[in-house]
Design a binder for this molecule. Sequence first.
Ligand SMILES: [Zn+2]
Length: 365
Amino acid sequence: MSFATIQDQAVAVRLLRRIVERQRVPAGLLLWGPAGVGKRLAAYEFVKALNCASPTDGACGDCLPCRKTDHGNHPDVKLIAPTDKSREIKTAEIDEVNELASLRPFEAAQRAFIFEDADRMNVTAQNHFLKTLEEPPGPSVFLLITGYPRQLLPTIRSRCQPIRFGALRPATVATILKRDRDVPDDQVEAIARLAEGQVSRAFDLVDTDKRGVVLELVDRLRAGESPMRVADLFKHHLDELKKALENDMVQPDPRDASEIGKEDRARQAENDAARVQAAFKRSVDDYLYLFQTWYRDELVLAAGGGVDRVWNKDRLSTLQEPAADDTSGRIRAIEQARTYLERYVNEDRVFRHLFVQLGSSATEV
Ligand SMILES: [Zn+2]
């Protein structure tokens, strides 16, 4: 293991390498960029490189400090991540960080704190953390990993050296998919392409039925099935999804009713609903994106683009069948649905309208 294990992030790796070589470690580093492109891996390789007993281009991976870090039991390396169903980094955890940062490190030259999804610190937690970041009471480095740097207070962002991460190449995502997931060969390339350079998205496409649902609905529309019926199927699917998210993200309050005020309870319910809605919206976006890629591929082929430019390559034979005309109108319809949803137009209406447009001339081919 070394910096060489971090794929496709030459700029970020160069910056991290330089910090290690010069041994001038800033208190705060902001590792930001899309999810699933290697930020967490880079944070760990960096911390290991700082603490390694025999570093060569970063961490050796074999010495005691390296192995301890890999096993999550290095006493001077702490991971802070959102906990429980609220997926927040809570103030209590930050208070613990502040306390630890004031203690001398056990064996390393500095304590390292790796914040996963740092944007999940609530504002109070961020405020508690600010002073420690500004003037660490002991030798410490704070690595803030986030896909949403703007959700951090400007005062926190400005205290950190930013390290930007970009998307991975599809070939890299494909290699990781083959290594970590059992994906049929003919699908690897399509999924790697559709994941837009993010391993986490590729995994999501493999682990959920999103793509299967979209491909099935597209097939139904192409077969001339009633767009209303297709809209109903999609709606049913989204209802199930919402139920699953609620189940997964909302936990019953363990306190009994006498301990908790009505206002607290209402606020909690509001927070829960907002989180579920945000997660639901992200999923709906994923579905719309997948629909869009399908019509994008139709358009590419219709315009005489070679099969190499097709993303849903495992469905090439269907894509090569003659499609309905006005493919770009369909892509526009999807964009429009997205806009309506942003404006909180009733979901059912948006999707019924959308599927009518997607299916409109399918029967006329
Ligand atoms: Zn080592």
